[in-house]
Design a protein around this ligand. Structure first.
Ligand SMILES: CC(C)(COP(=O)(O)OP(=O)(O)OC[C@H]1O[C@@H](n2cnc3c(N)ncnc32)[C@H](O)[C@@H]1OP(=O)(O)O)[C@@H](O)C(=O)NCCC(=O)NCCS
Length: 150
């Protein structure tokens, strides 16, 4: 990951404040460009509104001849009774394979108090995400079966 990138952690719904709507739109764009890879789940505003934390990775870039802070990756977290749940995680296609997801997971483990579990769901076939979480010592817990009729 490039040294010019920075982390910003939004707490408890701060992301939904009007002044942060551009950050939400940029996360949404990253989610949409990855929707095939992650099984087609589009970002829902409720994921962000209900998130206890939103971590974004920001890179300064020239956009239309102006220097702009661009979101290149994000991770949403929510507290549940059984632990802290990663409800979304994605990196913009142009910035994948640069260690950004690695650094987001490390950031969460270094900066947040995880009292019990850190957990998430990964779709079957999303090999990149399976490899990522196994690299960080996450262990698969159960398998969901589905029969599709139409
Ligand atoms: C999965 C995802 C978040 C990885 O982000 P990334 O910043 O490119 O990942 P990193 O560069 O930090 O790679 C970390 C590890 O992830 C795994 N990985 C990521 N991309 C991979 C790829 N294309 N092929 C194989 N392994 C991959 C590897 O284990 C890698 O470690 P390594 O570099 O030591 O081999 C990214 O591919 C993405 O946004 N996918 C679409 C959204 C999604 O599926 N989110 C997860 C839903 S649970």
């Amino acid at each position: 990951m490039n040294d010019t990138m920075n982390f910003k952690l939004y707490l408890n719904g701060a992301i939904t404040k009007p002044q942060n709507s551009d950050v939400f739109d940029q996360c949404k764009k990253i989610n949409e460009e990855n929707s095939t890879a992650n099984g087609g789940t589009l970002i829902a505003r409720t994921h962000i509104e209900k998130a206890n934390y939103l971590l974004v990775v920001i890179k300064p870039m020239m956009v239309e001849e102006k220097r702009k802070s661009v979101v290149v990756g994000y991770l949403c977290l929510r507290h549940y009774d059984d632990g802290l749940y990663i409800s979304q995680l994605a990196v913009s296609k142009d910035h994948q394979r640069q260690g950004i997801a690695d650094r987001m997971i490390e950031y969460v483990e270094d900066h947040l108090v995880i009292e019990e579990n850190l957990y998430l769901h990964v779709n079957h076939g999303n090999d990149n995400a399976h490899a990522l979480f196994q690299k960080h010592n996450f262990v698969p817990m159960n398998v969901k079966y589905k029969k599709v009729y139409k």
